[in-house]
Design a protein. Structure first.
Lengths: 143, 82, 143, 82
């Protein structure tokens, strides 16, 4: 339970809320907010995706997401960071991840947000299964 | 003899076919590498994955790490969040 | 009047709406959306700002904003871009500008969004006056 | 003789003290540079600005551009949107 933390980290099985993320990071001394919103695409390498299923090792994923937030705040002059990830079954167009970062200056906010989403995709134990009309596949599982 | 709990996710879960299972290795000192070899032997399809990281008690570890009784061992095939 | 355009360009004297920008750029084939939200900061070089006043040469500003959007769509594999700018009197924390960009891949979306806000700040004829408790100043007017 | 409409914004408007005013120059051919010199002469404080771009009919132009009757001339001190 962190009160007035500069981090807002969640894994949720209900729809993510971009306004909530933005409101968390916004504060009077922040001039720039950068948000990344990752949505479910309707195709992958030309094949039509019907929906996605995300699963996580929640306790470890939250730990890794906190590490990313701490790194971001240590490496750039960032005010606040929100990282929300969805799990469960997602339809096309639904939001899978939101990362929001606020800073006095926009360059830091862009760099920190990019770092956060790149690192999340490398280290956070969340797995995505693409469901096609004729099968399904765990993304990136095989070489 | 060391008994740990094995948690499998993503495609590793499909291969092992259990979300959670106890795993006992007959040795006084057991490393993550020992568990890896044991699992590769028992579930050869794990070897076909692009990568298979292993976590202990929710932290990434390397194969030299020594595990102890009741540790939670997490099989982490390539992650794909975001 | 462009129907089904890939650009949504506005200058408004009422509050900007980030959900509107996000909804405009979102579409089934876009996997990543990057938003930049510029808000009014409560200080500048240590001096406390009470509020901001923005004025524009609206016809020319819209033209320049369209040029930025066209450049963005030509230079990166971008699906859609929204650029909304506020004018008039703004309180601390209010949103002055929103830029939203969607693309199949996030790197393009980040680069395009950064390019758009950087270029907007260089070329679009909009002027900002900072109101302090003891005076006011047109931002960047003097060397 | 060429008569244009001068539109001033931001600090340029404070200096010129009119949002819009007609401006007549006594020459057959008038360039943006001529207008600039005329204004610098009449409003010397314009010279103290970090920059002063000039637009004609909502496009940025350089000082060689020739203006014609009824053109809209826009004084553009350093912009600061965003």
């Amino acid at each position: 339970m962190e009160v007035r933390s500069n981090k807002d980290i969640h894994i949720r099985s209900i729809a993510l809320d971009e306004a909530e993320c933005r409101e968390f990071v916004c504060l009077p001394e922040a001039g720039g907010v950068v948000l990344f919103i990752g949505t479910v695409r309707n195709h992958t390498e030309g094949r039509e995706v019907v929906r996605l299923e995300f699963e996580s090792r929640e306790s470890m994923a939250l730990k890794e997401m906190h590490k990313i937030a701490d790194k971001v705040c240590g490496q750039w002059p960032i005010h606040k960071v929100a990282i929300h990830h969805r799990v469960g079954s997602l339809d096309i167009g639904e939001v899978a991840v939101i990362i929001a970062v606020s800073a006095a200056h926009r360059k830091a906010a862009f760099e920190a947000c990019m770092y956060a989403i790149n690192t999340l995709k490398e280290t956070v134990p969340i797995w995505k299964k693409e469901i096609f009309s004729d099968g399904e596949v765990w993304v990136a599982a095989h070489p | 003899m060391v008994t740990v709990n094995l948690y499998s996710y993503g495609i590793a879960r499909d291969i092992v076919n259990e979300r959670k299972m106890p795993l006992t290795l007959e040795a006084d000192i057991v490393t993550v590498g020992d568990i890896r070899l044991h699992l590769y032997d028992k579930y050869p399809r794990l070897k076909s994955l692009a990568s298979l990281a292993i976590g202990v008690n929710d932290e990434y570890v390397n194969d030299d790490t020594i595990v102890t009784d009741q540790d939670e061992i997490i099989l982490i095939p390539p992650v794909s969040g975001g």
